[in-house]
Write a protein that binds this ligand. Structure first.
Ligand SMILES: [Zn+2]
Length: 411
């Protein structure tokens, strides 16, 4: 096979041009879904696509599809996608890289005069971040049938504006229903948002799945009493009990369940007075692992340990499951194709499981999916300081190019 490459300089340029829209003083991007800045990014993407002669359309929740036509009339497209919206203090690459890498790939294929059997479509999913409107991954969720259009339309931001109204206002409400779009395969390129690739000197991450998440709400009840006159051995201190639970959680994750992560991200202490022994706490527990059975095993261990601690500290503990998101397992053939492309191109790659959720988790419910990760500096993401280097971004886009060309001929 004659070796072709994407244009690394051009890819970098498109990402940097996009980053000007909603640019923040610290070098990041603020581009919340369905705002004027989101509209400007969409306008630019569609302007580029149409200038290059691609078909550009949007569906009824504002997902944008840019297509390089194929020669076959009846084969479903190869879909490449990610998102152009960002966190309020987001970076230049999270999401944007995936859309721009996809766009660079179809430009390259077109320029090379290569005719593929399947069409190749690059999609910008609406509202992946879920910052302004809940839930996250809304556009890909409706595409996949996980959410209904109505659920998403009715979502309101904190000013009471509806998703539907704001989508209409920016002019990106198409007629065709997302659920009616078909695809043969889905690939999402993304920055890793973690430190594994960089620290191991890998160019490419081949993502086999996304870890599951189990979230617990924990309430501990002790007894409020005077901090001066209650002897230490007569206290029912809810915070002391909760603190021991935090330490136990950390030990459970690090010592008993390798590969898992566990976090207490929020704690409320009542009454929250300097001179009162805390009578009540509420805290959240977030545990993640690629296997569902392990998550349930961890949950059982946590409950048992927390109960023991409550008994020892003469407090009461109540534990409720807040939510459970099952792990996602990506398509074998899809993963195998990425592996072959990375090997052919001679990139040092690592097979891995994603720590964060992505549009691919949704899409994988409808279309066999997979993801390509590229390193980002120190793993920093959801941060204005997010950084990636042109060489790594190009490597990911080249793996995408070869994988897409392979899929485009598969029956
Ligand atoms: Zn993202």
């Amino acid at each position: 096979m004659k070796r072709i490459n994407i244009d690394s300089t051009r890819l970098w340029h498109t990402i940097m041009e996009m980053a000007k829209i909603g640019a923040t003083p610290k070098g990041g991007v603020k581009r919340l879904a369905l705002t004027e800045t989101d509209k400007a990014a969409r306008d630019l993407f569609c302007f580029w696509a149409e200038s290059d002669g691609f078909d550009c359309e949007c569906d009824s929740v504002g997902n944008i599809y840019v297509t390089l036509r194929g020669t076959s009339k009846d084969m479903f497209p190869v879909l490449i996608g990610s998102h152009l919206d960002t966190q309020p203090t987001g970076g230049k690459f999270d999401g944007i890289y995936g859309v721009m890498a996809g766009y660079e790939v179809i430009r390259t294929i077109k320029e090379q005069g290569i005719k593929t059997s399947r069409p190749i479509t690059v999609v910008n999913w609406t509202n992946e971040e879920g910052v302004r409107f809940a839930p996250a991954m809304a556009g890909s969720g409706v595409f996949s049938g996980v959410y209904t259009e109505e659920e998403i339309y009715n979502s309101k931001d904190n000013k009471g504006m509806t998703f539907e109204g704001e989508l209409k206002k920016i002019g990106y409400m198409g007629n065709k229903k997302p659920i009616d779009y078909k695809a043969g395969i889905y690939i999402e390129p993304h920055i890793e948002q973690g430190p594994i690739l960089e620290s191991g000197n890998y160019k490419i991450g081949i993502v086999k799945g996304v870890q599951g998440q189990l979230s617990l709400d924990v309430s501990v009840t002790g007894f409020e009493s005077h901090s001066g006159s209650t002897p230490m051995n007569m206290r029912k201190d809810a915070l002391l009990s909760s603190s021991r639970m935090c330490l136990a959680l950390n030990r459970i994750a690090t010592e008993q369940f390798p590969g898992s992560v566990a976090t207490v991200g929020r704690m409320i202490v009542q009454p929250g007075a300097r001179n009162t022994v805390p009578g009540k706490t509420f805290f959240t527990v977030d545990i993640r692992h690629p296997r569902k059975e392990i998550l349930f095993e961890m949950e059982a261990k946590i409950k048992q340990h927390f109960q023991n601690i409550a008994d020892e500290t003469v407090t009461k503990v109540e534990i409720k499951k807040a939510w459970f998101t099952p792990p996602v397992v990506f398509d074998n053939i899809c993963v195998e194709t990425l592996r072959k492309s990375a090997e052919f191109l001679g990139y040092n790659f690592k097979e891995m499981v994603s720590g964060a959720g992505h549009d691919a988790c949704m899409v994988n419910n409808k279309v066999p999916g997979c993801m390509i990760f590229v390193p980002c500096e120190k793993g920093i993401s959801h941060n204005e300081l997010e950084k990636a280097v042109p060489e790594d971004l190009a490597a990911g886009a080249n793996v995408l190019l070869y994988s897409v060309m392979d899929f485009a001929e598969k029956k």
